[in-house]
Ligand binder design. Structure first.
Ligand code: ATP
Ligand code: MG
Length: 415
């Protein structure tokens, strides 16, 4: 019997349920990942106990999704989702099950799951419960629907995108029948909420194989949920853009900046808003994209100006992006080494500027609006303009950031 090493809290929950006459198993992604020797994100538990029966057995529980049979059991401040075996009813517009039905039969619960590799259960008593050939598909590297693919995608179209997402995160291929059903039904993704699509795209982009987005294009998925990809493909640039995405560190802002690098600032912002991303994502990613094409600063003074103009808040991540982006595109011209050298220098200057606390903002300028007014400048526009000009002087030469020097310069420029 194959053994999986479960965390002690998971074992405790399963044994508690078993000792009270119920069945309980670790199920889904955690079993898949454990068999692959990967660290599972979270351990989900499936049980024959009804939600109120689960709640009676544990001291601290939270009703996370009680209607769908999910109770979160808290142990040592960590939460574990315990879900009652369930049969999903008819799906409403390919979105949510209209109602769920609880069952005491594990097999029924496994049947509702999306892919064979996600439909296995495990406990120490029974070992791996694998009725759809999930272990075999894991070994062969195949994403295959549980049951009839067309039926399963018609019930919930998000599974279409999940197939590609798992193919990207695991490096698996998608079974032929499953592929055919995807092509046939991809248009149903229209009915899925942008938030659910965003969550799957995020996992796809942050995986080891974000270039599998190409499969989503070829299967007709992106034309429904991510048009920009089809636009890049029409310009014959999809392969290149996806290679860039793959080279980027696995970081949210960087990978979205890379995949949208051809969209331009405003369009990128619109696409991200349409995916219902948070304001910070929209802001950071579109600003990074807006800086593509900007020449690298060659002196310390120009680095300070760069930090001011691009924004201190994103400068570091902007540099990290450029460390991948510039050598990638300059490689063709045989200039990527020289590019890397310049970048290393910018980074060194940047770190030193931050460490030494050079002035890189109006806030750090040795004079403020009040000083300038006392020196005789009128309010408003004049003061604002003068402050900015003085700041640019200081960005170029930090030694000039002293009140008497700056006020004296003000005289010279005669307002
Ligand atoms: P990850 O490691 O990314 O969390 P996961 O397999 O745990 O992957 P989840 O989205 O957390 O994926 O879902 C947990 C389990 O619930 C899946 O393994 C699968 O068995 C089932 N599942 C999730 N979403 C669906 C769906 N849309 N249709 C059918 N089963 C699903
Ligand atoms: Mg999960």
């Amino acid at each position: 019997m194959n053994r999986i090493k479960m965390p002690k809290h998971v074992k405790f929950i399963i044994e508690m349920l078993e000792n009270n006459g119920f069945e309980a198993y670790a199920v889904g992604g955690c079993v898949r990942d454990a068999i692959l020797g990967r660290e599972p994100n979270d351990w989900d538990i499936t049980t024959s106990a009804m939600p109120d029966e689960v709640k009676k057995l544990f001291r601290r529980t939270i009703d996370t999704g009680i209607k769908h049979g999910t109770v979160t059991v808290m142990i040592d401040k960590k939460g574990y989702e315990v879900t009652t075996y369930r049969i999903d009813g008819e799906y409403q517009d390919g979105r949510h099950p209209l109602h769920v039905e609880f069952t005491r039969n594990l097999i029924e619960d496994l049947k509702r799951r999306d892919f064979t590799i996600n439909a296995m259960a495990y406990n120490d008593r029974e070992g791996i419960v694998d009725i759809f050939g999930g272990v075999r598909d894991l070994k062969d590297g195949i994403i295959r629907c549980v049951g009839n693919p067309a039926d399963r995608f018609s019930e919930d179209a998000l599974r279409i995108l999940r197939a590609v997402r798992f193919s990207a995160s695991l490096g698996f291929r998608i079974d032929d029948n499953t592929c055919r059903a995807i092509e046939e039904l991809a248009v149903n993704l229209e009915k899925i909420s942008r938030e659910r699509i965003q969550a799957e795209l995020e996992k796809l982009l942050m995986s080891d194989n974000p270039d599998r987005l190409k499969a989503a294009y070829e299967l007709g998925i992106t034309t429904v949920v991510f048009r920009e990809i089809d636009r890049i493909a029409a310009e014959n640039e999809l392969t290149e853009v996806l290679s860039l995405v793959k080279l980027m560190p696995k970081e949210h802002f960087l990978r979205w900046s890379a995949v949208l690098s051809r969209a331009g600032k405003d369009k990128a912002a619109n696409i991200l808003r349409d995916f219902k991303f948070d304001n910070k994502t929209v802001n950071v990613v579109s600003r990074i994209i807006g800086e593509i094409g900007r020449p690298l600063p060659q002196t310390r003074g120009l680095v300070r100006r760069d930090i001011y103009e691009i924004g201190e808040d994103i400068y570091e991540i902007y540099l990290t992006f450029m460390e991948v982006y510039l050598p990638f595109y300059y490689a063709k011209a045989g200039q990527s080494d020289c590019m890397k050298e310049t970048l290393a220098n910018v980074k060194k200057e940047y770190n030193d500027i931050i460490e030494k606390g050079d002035c890189i903002s109006l806030k750090a300028l040795a004079v403020n609006g009040k000083d300038l007014m006392e020196a005789g400048l009128a309010r408003g526009e004049q003061v604002g303009g003068a402050l900015k000009r003085l700041l640019y002087v200081v960005l170029e030469n930090n030694d000039l950031n002293r009140k008497e020097i700056l006020l004296e310069m003000l005289d010279v420029t005669k307002y």
